[in-house]
Design a protein around this ligand. Structure first.
Ligand code: SF4
Length: 239
C-alpha cells in the first residue's frame, strides 16, 4: 500500500476543499502550464527542434523572470496525457521547464518515463531544489542565482557536487556587479571542472556585446549564450 492511500479520504477532502481524487490517479498527475514545439533557445542544445513541457509553479521570484505566467496558470493533466501530446511532434528532444519543474514531485516520474521512451531529455531548474533524485539520463541545466536576481539566498549549494559533464550550470548576468560575483564564484568553486558553464545576459539589462567583451577580456572558461527564441520571435509565449 502506498503512503498516499493511508491518508484518510476526509483529511484529503478537507485539505483540498473539494472531492478527493483517487490516489492512483493523483500520483500520476502534474499541473502543466503549456506544451509547445519550438527551437531550443538556450544551453548546448541551442537550435535543436524541441518539445517544451512547462510545469506550473515556482517558489522563487527572480527580478528578471520572463515566465511569471507559469506561477499559477495551468491545467492538471495525467503524465500519460502529457506524453501523448509530446509524441505528436516530430522530435525526440524534450525540455522540461517551468516555473520550477522540480517543485512538483511527479516531475521526477515524467522525466524517467520520457527517458524510458527514448527521448533525449533536458531539465531547466532554478538550483534551489534538490536534484539528486532526477533520472541520471536527464541533462540538468542548473541555475546559480546571482545577487541581481533577488534570489541569491535560494541557491542550494549541495547540488553542485551532484553535477556531471552531461549537466550545465547557468548564470543570468544582470549587471557588471553580477558578472564580478559570478567570476569570483567560478574560481572559488572550480565550477568549470564540475560541468559546462553558461553565462547569459539578462534580457534588456546587459548588452550582448558588453558581456562578450568581459568574457574575452578575462579569458573565462564559459560559454556565452543569448536566448535564440527571443531573437527570432521576440518576447512571446509558446516559442
Ligand atoms: S526560478 Fe525561473 S521561473 Fe522561477 S522566478 Fe526565477 S526565473 Fe522565474
Amino acid at each position: 500500500m502506498s503512503t498516499l492511500t493511508r491518508i484518510p479520504a476526509a483529511t484529503i477532502r478537507k485539505a483540498e476543499g473539494k472531492r478527493a481524487t483517487p490516489a492512483s490517479v493523483r500520483v500520476n498527475m502534474l499541473r502543466i502550464n503549456e506544451i509547445f514545439f519550438s527551437l531550443q533557445g538556450e544551453s548546448s542544445r541551442v537550435g535543436l527542434p524541441t518539445v517544451f513541457i512547462r510545469l506550473t509553479g515556482c517558489p522563487l521570484r527572480c527580478d528578471y523572470c520572463d515566465t511569471a505566467y507559469a506561477f499559477h496558470d495551468g491545467k492538471t493533466r495525467t503524465i500519460d496525457d502529457v506524453i501523448a501530446e509530446v509524441a505528436q511532434h516530430k522530435t525526440k528532444t524534450v525540455c522540461v521547464t517551468g516555473g520550477e519543474p522540480l517543485a512538483q514531485k511527479n516531475c521526477l516520474t515524467l522525466l524517467a518515463k520520457l527517458c524510458d521512451l527514448g527521448y533525449s531529455v533536458s531539465l531547466e531548474t532554478s538550483g534551489a531544489i534538490d536534484i539528486s533524485a532526477v533520472d541520471p539520463r536527464v541533462s540538468r541545466i542548473v541555475d546559480i542565482k546571482t545577487p541581481g536576481s533577488g534570489e541569491v539566498d535560494k541557491n542550494r549549494w549541495e547540488n553542485l557536487p551532484l553535477l556531471t559533464r552531461d549537466d550545465e550550470i547557468k548564470f543570468v548576468i544582470t549587471s557588471e556587479a553580477d558578472y564580478g560575483w559570478a567570476v569570483a564564484l567560478l574560481e572559488e568553486k572550480k565550477l568549470a571542472s564540475l560541468a559546462p558553464v553558461l553565462f547569459s545576459p539578462a534580457f534588456n539589462e546587459v548588452r550582448y556585446e558588453q558581456l562578450a567583451t568581459w568574457i574575452l577580456r578575462d579569458g573565462l572558461r564559459v560559454r556565452m549564450q543569448i536566448q535564440l527564441h527571443k531573437i527570432i520571435w521576440g518576447e512571446k509565449r509558446g516559442v
